[in-house]
Design a protein around this ligand. Structure first.
Ligand code: SIN
Ligand code: FE2
Length: 201
């Protein structure tokens, strides 16, 4: 494990997340399978999504929002497994954000064609808490900039087990995934999983 300061409010922990967190994420995926949600404009996203925790992020023709039930089952999202919440809290604490208790974990499943365009995470009322992002499987080229669209950006590769925390001055930083790097991961094959832990209310 190594800890790198990428920029103000942005900390990267290489290879911090281990197998207990990955197995927990796979159990969530089994309980509530990821699906390609529709953007408000009606286009299917290239990333399949699900959630765990008291709240989950969804998008459809009615817009982006957090809901307590999985729209595809009508039941609450799976509970957030303790190893996931504990890792997110530890990474936040080590990045000067103590007391992080996530309310939502968005689980993103990528294949080698998936991308995520530059966006801000701004559907959360709580902007004091950071975003904690955990990556597994295939590596991906991640890009993060400032709080206005079109400014300078930094890009780096997120590998299996990496944990990225962005908060404080970077809480509303534009970020996205340029591409997933081709290959096969020993456990996940040609897939990438990303978990983002958020405080919402
Ligand atoms: C996100 O911004 O929701 C996902 C970021 C990532 O997949 O690394
Ligand atoms: Fe995001």
């Amino acid at each position: 494990m190594s800890r790198l300061t990428v920029g103000p409010g942005i900390t990267l922990f290489k290879a911090l997340a281990g197998d207990a967190v990955l197995q927990a994420a796979l159990a969530v995926i089994e309980a509530s399978p990821p699906r390609k949600m529709l953007t408000p404009g009606g286009k299917a996203m290239s990333v399949a999504m699900t959630n765990c925790g008291p709240l989950g992020w969804v998008t459809d023709r009615d817009g982006y929002r957090y809901v307590s039930d999985d729209p595809s089952t009508g039941r609450p999202w799976p509970a957030m497994p303790a190893p996931m919440a504990e890792l997110a809290a530890a990474a936040a604490e080590a990045s000067s954000f103590p007391g992080f208790v996530p309310e939502a974990c968005l689980v993103n499943l990528y294949d080698t064609e998936s991308r995520m365009g530059a966006h801000q995470d701004r559907d959360e009322r709580d902007r004091a808490a950071p975003i904690v992002s955990v990556s597994f499987g295939l590596s991906a080229r991640f890009r993060i900039g400032g709080t206005s669209r079109g400014g300078p950006t930094l890009s780096f590769v997120l590998d299996h087990g990496d944990v990225l925390v962005f908060g404080g001055p970077a809480r509303l930083a534009y970020h996205g995934v340029d591409r997933v790097l081709p290959g096969r991961h020993a456990t996940l094959g040609a897939q990438r999983i990303n978990l983002t832990f958020r405080r919402v209310t």
